[in-house]
Design a protein around this ligand. Structure first.
Ligand SMILES: [Zn+2]
Length: 439
């Protein structure tokens, strides 16, 4: 007796499928999608027999990977890409970025910049990002328009900006943004105190109370520069991370962004509290911030994700590039060519990011029952042949120009390198208009 083929929405046949969990590569398999979720990953012959898809996509020269997760960015800052390069962090922020933000950042700036960033991320195979910027409600509008998954960090500072006058106002605006978009299936929200040095103890304590009561993640830039650590030791007699631990901020919902300058006690804290670290190799190198101890963190079992940071300090929202940079940087830092091999980098760029964002039950690997967030890369061109090891090819030879198709919750948001939801000519025209104003 044979069961009738099951009607499903989509079947994608690919030369290689890399589920990430379990590790390894499946050859000549089909990924079956129904109602936005992965229904099965099976050999093509089985798919032929068992499923009747409404749509069938044949990607004979491609690899399918889980959608890449960019675990730290400020997408609206894409409008500031390249406006002030080759400067140390403090001078870059204080002389070039903060003055322009005070003058120009508005709902329109955030919407247009975030849409530009989302477009770039989608074309780079990134299906989910962790954003942190002013006006998160306008970023949310842009992500909804792009069809992209995003966690929005509600910004919190103790310094006044045109967005909010004090910590109360930041918190109130952040909660209003979450309330406005809480039904949006691809969006989630976290608390994003900017950094230990821009947020005082009293505000941190309030953030911790809200995070506990509402079960929200806390994400913050921490231990990014040597100067930050030295000033914290002088003022608080503790490292930035030890201070946040004293204030109750650390735990499995704590996302430590950068975490470059850690001492042994800081690493013990991250391990004991089950915190997540977002490694931003490109940004750390460009701003000469230092080298995060990623190999040591992974050896101790800390979950590490990859982030691009904002395009003003990188200058590309490109997680495939971050995989390559993270691998090379770790090898140079440890003197060990075997550290951070390709399959580890792929895991950090997908499941590591999903775990940091608390979304690993839904995304981060290609598994039945998870949301169908899928990136397809063509690996049959001059730059990617010969092909002996498809996983190794991703960080070491392929680039985002090889991303051809992207699905989010089963919806094809990039088709043969074309954005399906975003009108590219009008996006480019708006970006040029912003360039004229910001220059
Ligand atoms: Zn950042």
């Amino acid at each position: 007796m044979f069961a009738k083929p099951r009607d499903v929405d989509l079947r994608i046949d690919a030369r290689y499928v890399m589920p990430v969990e379990p590790a390894g590569v499946l050859e000549d398999h089909a990924l079956v999608v129904d109602a936005g979720k992965i229904a099965a990953i099976v050999p093509r012959a089985d798919a032929e027999r068992d499923y009747r898809p409404a749509q069938h996509v044949e990607l004979a020269d491609h690899a399918l990977i889980p959608g890449l997760v960019n675990a730290h960015t400020h997408a609206a800052m894409t409008l500031l890409r390249g406006i002030a390069d080759d400067l140390p962090l403090a001078a870059w922020l204080e002389t070039h970025i903060w003055p322009r933000e005070r003058r120009f950042v508005s709902p329109e700036f955030v919407h247009d910049g975030t849409l530009l960033g989302a477009a770039e991320m989608l074309l780079s195979g990134i299906t989910c990002c962790n954003d942190m910027y002013f006006h998160p409600e306008d970023a949310a509008r842009a992500y909804e328009q792009a069809g992209m998954r995003a966690m929005l960090g509600r910004p919190i500072l103790d310094v006044p900006t045109p967005y909010a006058a004090d910590a109360d106002a930041y918190l109130a605006r952040g909660f209003a943004a979450r309330d406005a978009f809480k039904q949006s299936p691809r969006l989630s929200f976290s608390l994003a105190p900017h950094a230990p040095y821009t947020v005082g103890d009293a505000t941190w304590e309030r953030v911790v109370v809200y995070a506990r009561q509402l079960d929200l993640s806390i994400q913050t830039h921490v231990a990014e520069t040597r100067r930050e650590v030295d000033e914290s030791l002088a003022t608080h007699h503790q490292t930035p991370l030890a201070r946040l631990d004293r204030l109750g901020a650390t735990g499995p919902n704590f996302i430590a962004i950068h975490a470059v300058h850690l001492d042994a006690h800081d690493i013990d804290l991250l391990v004991a509290q089950g915190c997540h670290v977002v490694h931003c190799a490109g940004s750390n190198m460009k701003l000469a911030s230092g080298i995060a101890p990623v190999s040591a963190l992974l050896e101790r079992g800390v979950n590490v994700a990859l982030g691009t940071d904002g395009a003003a300090s990188n200058n590309r929202l490109d997680v495939l590039d971050e995989m390559r940079l993270a691998g090379l940087l770790a090898k140079v830092a440890t003197g060990d060519a075997a550290t951070l091999p390709a399959h580890t980098l792929l895991r950090l760029a997908t499941l590591g990011g999903a775990q940091a964002l608390g979304l690993d039950a839904h995304i981060g690997s290609l598994q039945s029952g998870k949301d169908a967030d899928i990136t397809a890369l063509r690996l049959a061109d001059v730059e990617t042949l010969p092909l002996y090891d498809p996983v190794s090819q991703l960080p070491n030879a392929a680039g985002r120009e090889h991303v051809t198709d992207v699905w989010i919750a089963g919806e094809r948001v990039v088709e043969s390198r074309r954005l399906t939801r975003i009108d590219s000519p009008s996006l480019l025209a708006r970006t040029k208009a912003w360039q004229a104003r910001l220059a």
